[in-house]
Design a protein around this ligand. Structure first.
Ligand code: AMP
Ligand code: FE
Ligand code: FE
Ligand code: ZN
Length: 280
């Protein structure tokens, strides 16, 4: 049987793998198909596609957009994106600039607390356009300003802690539309993590294509619950490990294995969208 992992990060956002290392790990885990879904960027997709082709691994270009619906943060996964789509790239560039400004704001807050971190050190470690809190945490650990990544989040970076800075987000409806105009399918990420059930009808109305039923942090009961929701709203089913490489104790890739027939269904929806309407 063939399996896929449709939720993966690289160094182009907050993962530790290069796109080439990601493909290698996917091979070692006997996956037939992977999607790259870095936060607010598609920069790693070209290299991942180039690494996947010679080893006959199917590659789906994607991204994980940070969005919100009313006061709830929601992550929208985009699959089969045209990574050269100008509207998408321009919009992402704005969010990347906001993320970079946010690093300066977090560092300023830490400095105020007496933590002598420099923004340049965070940017040097991140070495990507879409930096975030994990890069601040890793730099704090690297410079021995704190004991562990968890401590960095618990003391400073979690929502409500003194160096937490909110992120600019697009609306979830805009996220769905942005993905669609770039030729992609829009999928709600890890709904069990954000407890976003009540916003599902509005996103279905906006054209949501699927829902991530299988995720590392979903219990079996949660996955079953979202499979029922997928059924109720006629949504496609996806799943992935949300692997960030070695930023967690061990790479999560391979721990969530999505049966390949779900990928076939995603591809059928994309193909149906592209098919010209038959002449009457
Ligand atoms: P950001 O997009 O900059 O707000 O960072 C969000 C990312 O931080 C998530 O995708 C996780 O990878 C990571 N993260 C969030 N909370 C924690 C935590 N408590 N410990 C470690 N990593 C975390
Ligand atoms: Fe992340
Ligand atoms: Fe997410
Ligand atoms: Zn993710």
């Amino acid at each position: 049987m063939k399996f896929a992992d449709l939720h993966l990060h690289t160094q182009f956002s907050d993962g530790t793998f290069t796109p080439e290392e990601l493909v290698l790990h996917a091979q070692q885990n006997s996956l037939s198909c992977i999607a790259l879904t870095d936060h607010d960027t598609v920069e790693g997709c070209a290299r991942a596609a180039a690494a996947a082709a010679p080893v006959k691994m199917e590659f789906i270009p994607g991204a994980e957009l940070t969005a919100q619906h009313e006061d709830t943060e929601v992550h929208i996964l985009g699959y089969f994106l045209d990574i050269h789509n100008e509207v998408l790239l321009n919009r992402l560039a704005k969010f990347q600039a906001d993320r970079q400004n946010r690093i300066h704001a977090m560092v300023a807050a830490l400095n105020k607390l007496g933590v002598p971190l420099k923004a340049e050190s965070v940017f040097a470690l991140a070495n990507c356009k879409s930096p975030g809190r994990p890069h601040v945490a890793r730099t704090l650990v690297k410079e021995k300003l704190i004991g562990s990544l968890d401590e960095a989040f618990d003391r400073f970076l979690k929502k409500g802690k003194p160096a937490w800075v909110p992120k600019t987000k697009m609306s979830a409806v805009e996220g769905v539309q942005l993905i669609h105009q770039a030729g992609g399918l829009a999928v709600m990420a890890h709904p069990g993590l954000n407890r976003t059930d009540d916003i599902i009808p509005a996103l279905v109305e906006a054209g949501l294509d699927g829902i991530e039923c299988f995720h590392t942090k979903h219990s079996t009961a949660m996955s079953e619950h979202y499979l029922e929701i997928a059924d109720k709203y006629n949504l496609l089913v996806t799943g992935g490990s949300d692997c960030h490489g070695y930023s967690k104790a061990r790479p999560l890739i391979g721990t969530v294995r999505l049966p390949y027939d779900h990928v076939e269904k995603l591809k059928a929806k994309i193909a149906a969208r592209k098919k010209p309407v038959a002449a009457q």
